[in-house]
Design a protein. Structure first.
Length: 217
């Protein structure tokens, strides 16, 4: 009996060790350290994010070469990180805070097109800026998808115009906002004064009008 008990305890200990180790291994695999010479999936992701910020000028080829390394160095320097040209956990975290996935950019372009396709280019960027401003505001969801699909947040979602195919200018406006252009001066709301039916929206502090939209916070 004693021998059986010892055997069971040994099995339990090994199983527990495997169970505890697995999540750490998965986390490490999800955020690999990247440096010159690495290639494929995660490198492509990093290049895409650096390109959004206007730092990476090369092709999205998934190859971590000199151009990618220089873009990483420029990003690290601009964010006050250790400048070594290597994408470690801190650089990944900062990069993901400031950039978006391909799917998120698609959603941003769709809401721009649905809400502001008749507006001047500056007005399109302004709509994107409002979405991004909400992303960093405690009163709103903490994801692009959550913000866009929050109940009654955007008319284009309600009337299905969100699902129209965005044009090139909508994508361009999305990238301009991601790079930091905010013509609204930190607005978190906007409305068309000629069509607005909510009394509440008129209580917000108005900042400026761009095209047909009044931007407020």
């Amino acid at each position: 009996m004693k021998k059986v008990l010892i055997t069971l305890m040994t099995i339990f200990s090994v199983a527990s060790a495997v169970f505890v180790a697995t999540p750490a291994t998965e986390v490490k695999a999800a955020t690999p350290v990247l440096q010159q010479g690495d290639q494929y999936g995660h490198v492509w992701d990093a290049q895409n994010r650096l390109k959004q910020l206007g730092l990476y000028k090369g092709e999205l080829d998934g190859l971590f070469g000199p151009l990618t390394e220089q873009a990483v160095i420029d990003f690290q320097r601009s964010r006050g990180l250790i400048v070594d040209g290597i994408i470690g956990s801190n650089t990944w975290k900062a990069l993901r805070n400031d950039t978006f996935t391909k799917n998120e950019i698609q959603m941003l372009a769709q809401v721009i097109h649905g809400e502001a396709r008749g507006e001047p280019y500056k007005g399109k960027v302004a709509v994107a800026a409002v979405v991004l401003n909400r992303l960093h505001h405690e009163d709103f969801p903490n994801s692009i998808k959550g913000i866009i699909f929050e109940s009654r947040a955007f008319t284009a979602v309600q009337d299905k115009q969100y699902y129209l195919t965005p044009n090139n200018e909508s994508y361009k406006a999305a990238y301009a906002a991601i790079k930091g252009w905010d013509p609204t001066q930190n607005a978190t709301f906007y409305f068309n004064p000629k069509t607005a039916t909510s009394d509440w929206i008129w209580t917000r502090e108005q900042i400026k009008q761009i095209g047909k939209h009044v931007f407020a916070k």
